[in-house]
Design a protein around this ligand. Structure first.
Ligand SMILES: [Zn+2]
Ligand SMILES: [Zn+2]
Length: 383
């Protein structure tokens, strides 16, 4: 039998459902589970808001991930509709097909399937569920199993909503945040909004908003414009960061409390793989920063950091810079003497480094000649 035939029939079934919205919504009670994933993908791509809203209510699997589906601005209405219709109070749902959805993942990631493969229908599993928050499904159900009080009702049905947030002051983001807060309120404690990626533009505008978010599982955090004291407050809640990017951060001095607190937070970040400090005045203090991050960083970006000869010297010998795949030292002045430690570093990284940026470092003609020699040495080393 031609292998293409079943796919064609499936496509025809999906297209036929999408061509009549009200019939499709009614059919959701009866169609086989196997049709849900292809129908969801087609409905999302075709922006069938009503069908998606109805599907979330009766989704027959434990989790639902947007995954690699492309999210353009026009798709935000779909995401909002899915949140609005996410069942967080089972009593409200009158559908004969009881909602099984417990984890709605609205992050755009390339590696995720629409729903995780089911190993067992009795105790389903999602590979992306929250592992750290006290409000996660795992923790709450663990408490309920042990019969711990603290959770008032045994009928509590915890649900997780996985999001990435780009707080840039736009109306779109404001509406999205308002929706999230409203949904948390509606859930009476059963919904955990789990923020994994958090990007904040002008942190001072979001200090109150961030208080409602549980930030334990954030693995990527970036701030453009903010006071280091405020950033420290947030970092104190994030022990599992993999990527930290700070642009235009204000603090009084490298000798004061705020910088010392920042270093102690860095010290807690055992999983940190990417560090990007742009326009972060570090002259003669790179040593302190690198001593507090775990060894084996993948990405290190330090543009506009006013690095000194002492900093380059330390960087060339630092165990934190032995596995770098990306190094960006642009917009820091380099003198003749600085090229020797930089050369040593590049030779040491020759088997690993994939991307190097040294723009606007004021390398003079004589230094470029040195750089030519450095390249020869690097090439020889690679051979
Ligand atoms: Zn899953
Ligand atoms: Zn969480």
């Amino acid at each position: 039998m031609d292998a293409a035939v079943p796919n064609k029939l499936l496509d025809l079934a999906v297209q036929s459902l999408l061509s009549n919205e009200s019939a499709a919504i009614q059919a959701l009670e009866d169609i086989p589970r196997e049709l849900f994933v292809p129908l969801f993908i087609a409905a999302f791509k075709g922006r069938h808001r009503n069908i998606l809203s109805a599907m979330v209510k009766v989704w027959p699997f434990y989790c639902l991930h947007i995954g690699s589906l492309s999210i353009q601005e026009a798709h935000h209405e779909l995401l909002k509709a899915m949140i609005e219709n996410l069942p967080v109070c089972p009593a409200q749902n009158s559908s004969p097909r009881r909602p099984k959805l417990r984890i709605l993942d609205l992050r755009q990631v390339t590696y995720s399937r629409i729903t995780c493969r089911e190993v067992s229908t009795k105790s389903p599993l999602c590979f992306h569920s929250c592992a750290y928050s006290d409000h996660s499904i795992t923790k709450i159900e663990g408490h309920l199993r042990l019969g711990n009080s603290g959770f008032e009702t045994q009928s509590l049905r915890p649900v997780e909503l996985l999001v990435e947030l780009f707080l840039d002051g736009s109306l779109l983001q404001k509406e999205f945040l308002d929706l999230l807060m409203g949904k948390v309120e509606e859930s009476s404690g059963s919904l955990h909004v789990c923020c994994r990626d958090l990007h904040v533009d002008k942190l001072c505008n979001y200090k109150c908003t961030l208080k409602f978010l549980d930030l334990k599982y954030v693995d990527q955090f970036s701030v453009v414009k903010g006071f280091l004291s405020d950033i420290n407050c947030i970092l104190s809640q994030m022990a599992h960061l993999q990527s930290l990017s700070l642009f235009k951060v204000f603090f009084r001095s490298l000798r004061k409390k705020d910088f010392k607190n920042f270093l102690s937070h860095l010290h807690q970040m055992e999983n940190l793989k990417e560090l990007n400090l742009a326009s972060f005045y570090l002259k003669n203090h790179l040593e302190k920063v690198l001593k507090f991050v775990p060894p084996g960083l993948d990405f290190l970006c330090l543009p506009f950091c006013n690095l000194s000869s002492r900093d380059y010297q330390f960087l060339s010998q630092s165990p934190q810079a032995t596995h770098l795949k990306l190094l960006n030292l642009s917009n820091n002045t380099m003198y003749w003497n600085d090229l020797e430690p930089i050369c040593t570093l590049l030779v040491n990284l020759s088997g690993m480094l994939l991307y190097l940026e040294l723009n606007n470092c004021f390398i003079s003609d004589s230094a470029r000649m040195y750089k030519g020699g450095m390249r020869d040495e690097w090439e020889t080393h690679k051979e």
